[in-house]
Design a binder for this molecule. Sequence first.
Ligand code: AKG
Ligand code: FE2
Length: 335
Amino acid sequence: MLTDTLAPTPNPIRHDAPEEIPVLDLGPYLRGDPGALHALGKQLGHALENVGFYFIVNHGIEQALIDRTFAAARRFHAQPVDEKLKIKLDSNLRGYEPLKGSTTRHSAFEANNRPNLNEAFFIGRDLAPDHPDVLAGRPFRGLNQWPDDLPGFREDVLADCRAAEKLGLALVPVYAVALGVEPGFLMRGFEDPMFTFRMSHYPQTGALEDNEFSLAPHADMSFMTLLPDNEVPGLSIRLPNGRWIDAPAMAGSFLVNGGDLLRRYTNDRFLATPHKVLNRSGVERYAIPFFMDCSYDFVMECLPTCRGEHNPARYEPISYAEFRKFYRRSHYGNV
Ligand SMILES: O=C(O)CCC(=O)C(=O)O
Ligand SMILES: [Fe+2]
């Protein structure tokens, strides 16, 4: 039966699921070594079917770029709140979201009724003011809102987004192989992919109320989330066997996970694993996740290799734009 709601349901608990987050070495694949695509596809399929998270190493992104972007996040959040509020989050979900500015209402994992103890700056693709989608006022396709007074900030952030998107797109054929379709098959959904880049600041938390988090348990919405390694702990992951673990640190790596978009597209074959943040480290914490989605008008329809006689499609085909609107409603109220 097709589900008539877009609300995500939790992955069922699987007691035999692995406890380790797999580490995928992208070196051979990015070098074009023979056989590397298929070998990597196999590892990626295993990771996303059983864990929902994996590390990547030898991904080709320079650490200096990541360091610069963390520094940009610090710089942004060091501004006075009034300055940040000049570019308050708009209906396209771009701009500044203040501390306690969001409540993770779409979570199916806990009664998240308290606002998140983080502040964040969001951008999407940096469209030109005369882009037809901007002129037409298409939802989520508006202009980014940049701070007035941070020279170099925009350039640094956009350089990071370009690198992260290139990496994300390079991984799409690996997802295709993992899902048993031709390597180029999924690219039709990524001709002009949407993305959200989030620069978060998690202040140190004091005593917390019940159900209070730096970022409440949630699954991402994305097709793929790329999260550079963080030297400050705080992220934890609910493994498919139901156990929460602290995300291990791995210098120079990215931690990658799938969101509800991927899960839906693959008929629940690939997991959208819940995670949360609590900053009890004693220092300020920053994070710079890049959420890569598919193209705006792309209609996600259950992949042919993810359904069968005994495994019918669980979800209606839906365009990315409609899917995203649901998330906006459930996460941001009436923004
Ligand atoms: O802060 C982190 O390490 C992860 C953040 C996260 O899960 C998110 O922004 O969706
Ligand atoms: Fe997340």
